[in-house]
Design a protein around this ligand. Structure first.
Ligand SMILES: Cc1cc2nc3c(=O)[nH]c(=O)nc-3n(C[C@H](O)[C@H](O)[C@H](O)COP(=O)(O)OP(=O)(O)OC[C@H]3O[C@@H](n4cnc5c(N)ncnc54)[C@H](O)[C@@H]3O)c2cc1C
Length: 470
């Protein structure tokens, strides 16, 4: 027996919400509403849940479309992992520790580390920064001063979104090297943009929350299983046991408001009636489905740019990397993860290279990428020089994230639309976060909260615990 279909429950129990889109935003919305006793149908066009963060089979190998990480400060995504009983499968580091290999040194490859101590903010990074070999002494001191200035920025100030992060860093004495070896090292991976293309508001949000809020905020977590185990299999299990009706391969083609205040949601061969609809689809699809008048300026959704991420996958016949991951400088390689165990590979080692800001490479032929990346991996990992490459392939996500450009903040809509009973969710909506799993989950919670408010139902406390943890 489910919450949504309990016979004899209060009338509001039977109110029906249709959630369109089974990415993290839609799954979150559906779970949150079902947990509050609302009857929910979740419609997803593809044959799986998980949206932009998914896995597929390549022979015996289970491959993620793109390496995903999260931080300890991602309290909403951590709530989501708990809710689907997946937290143990995507654990966090005990303490932030990022090995950074620099190839651009005259003396050859050099390892540095970005680590934290058990000291209060900002001293927790002080020792690591003071000994970070990829910056000069003067740059280290200037980085410290810029970090303090960043800490002083008011994230609620709308002017931040009109400026770019690169200019702000330059105005705060950051050299090109400091931008490359520190600010962009983190910023490219979290924002999917270089500093000069990123909104100061989003960059400040990432750095303030991740590095300058709580000492453990930037500890890194990632799935030790395929992403599909979390975002598809476990999510589906949680949805089923919460009583959500989930329909895969079911693409919504249109929706319309009826005169009785109900919504009609059209899918091939069926029309669903609902009291509320949450569109948890990408911004372009949302634009195409929104009825006239639902937003004041719907064309703004089309002004939100997108940015690609490329993943390069290499299977070696032997182990070439002795760490779970590292970041690189002085090389086109950005971040490298060992995916051997997660993929089910039994012999050799499988590395995934996560290449953000990949506009110049996203359409390059595999052969060109192979020519570029295999020698780079040999430079970074001496053991790769004697190893055979058993498999080499790439995954291309052309619209991996929205582009976090200055001005994007005013284009991102809130959960509520002007049409009664119609809501928006998605990492691209106005969460204040860049396009991340955290943003997707937060947007889903906001949409569920708005639906519950309109249905006159109380907010379940458990749903908002992550806000207190923040
Ligand atoms: C390669 C890559 C690497 C990334 N790395 C990270 C990372 O390290 N950390 C991080 O936090 N984030 C990362 N992200 C971003 C993160 O994956 C996304 O921000 C998040 O998954 C977006 O979730 P969403 O639910 O908002 O949207 P989506 O995942 O886009 O979900 C929307 C869903 O709607 C469905 N849909 C669309 N139209 C219809 C329709 N008409 N009817 C029914 N269904 C429809 C789609 O099929 C899709 O499943 C990465 C993304 C990519 C692609």
């Amino acid at each position: 027996m489910t919450h949504g279909t309990r016979p004899g429950g209060p009338a509001a129990q039977a109110r029906h919400t249709v959630v369109v889109g089974g990415g993290l935003a839609g799954v979150t919305t559906a779970l949150a509403l079902a947990d509050a006793g609302v009857r929910v149908t979740l419609l997803e066009g593809r044959p799986r849940l998980g949206g932009l963060a998914f896995s597929f089979q390549r022979g015996d190998l289970t491959v993620d479309n793109g390496q995903h990480v999260y931080l300890r400060c991602c309290t909403a995504y951590r709530w989501f992992l708990d809710r689907i009983e997946g937290a143990a499968l995507a654990p966090l580091q005990d303490r932030l520790d990022v090995p950074v290999l620099d190839l651009a040194r005259p003396e050859g490859r050099r390892l540095g580390r970005l680590r934290r101590d058990a000291l209060p903010v900002p001293l927790h990074l002080g020792r690591s920064l003071a000994s970070y070999p990829h910056l000069s002494l003067a740059d280290r001191a200037r980085v410290g001063r810029a970090a303090l200035a960043l800490k002083g920025l008011d994230l609620a100030d709308p002017a931040l979104d009109t400026q770019d992060f690169g200019s702000w860093l330059a105005a705060h004495g950051q050299s090109a090297r400091a931008v490359e070896a520190l600010w962009d090292l983190v910023g490219i991976a979290t924002l999917n943009a270089v500093a000069s293309d990123a909104s100061l508001a989003l960059a400040a949000m990432v750095f303030k929350t991740g590095l300058l809020s709580d000492p453990g905020a930037a500890d890194i977590g990632w799935a030790r299983v395929p992403l599909g185990d979390l975002h598809d299999r476990l999510a589906r299990k949680a949805l089923d046991s919460a009583g959500v009706r989930t329909e895969l391969r079911t693409r919504v083609t249109s929706l319309s408001a009826n005169t009785d205040g109900q919504w009609s949601v059209q899918v091939p061969g069926e029309t669903l009636e609902a009291d509320a609809v949450v569109l948890a689809v990408p911004q372009r699809e949302a634009h195409d489905l929104l009825p006239a008048g639902a937003l004041d300026a719907p064309e703004r959704l089309l002004e939100i740019g997108t940015a690609p991420i490329l993943n390069v996958h290499v299977v070696y016949d032997r182990k070439v990397l002795g760490r779970p991951f590292f970041a690189a400088l002085g090389s086109p390689v950005q971040w490298v993860f060992d995916r051997t165990d997660a993929s089910g590979l039994r012999e050799g080692q499988y590395l995934a290279l996560s290449q953000s800001v990949a506009r110049d490479e996203i359409d390059e032929p595999v052969a060109v990428l192979r020519e570029r990346y295999l020698p780079e991996l040999e430079r970074l990992l001496p053991l790769a020089r004697g190893a055979d490459v058993r498999d080499f392939f790439v995954t291309r996500e052309r619209t991996a994230t929205f582009a976090p450009t200055p001005g994007v903040g005013r284009l991102r809509p809130a959960a509520r639309t002007k049409a009664s009973g119609l809501y928006l969710a998605g990492a691209w909506t106005a969460t204040g976060w860049p396009a991340t799993m955290e943003s997707a989950v937060r947007s889903g919670v906001s949409a569920a909260d708005a639906v519950l408010g309109a249905l006159g139902r109380p907010r379940p406390h458990a749903l908002f615990e992550f806000e207190e943890a923040a």
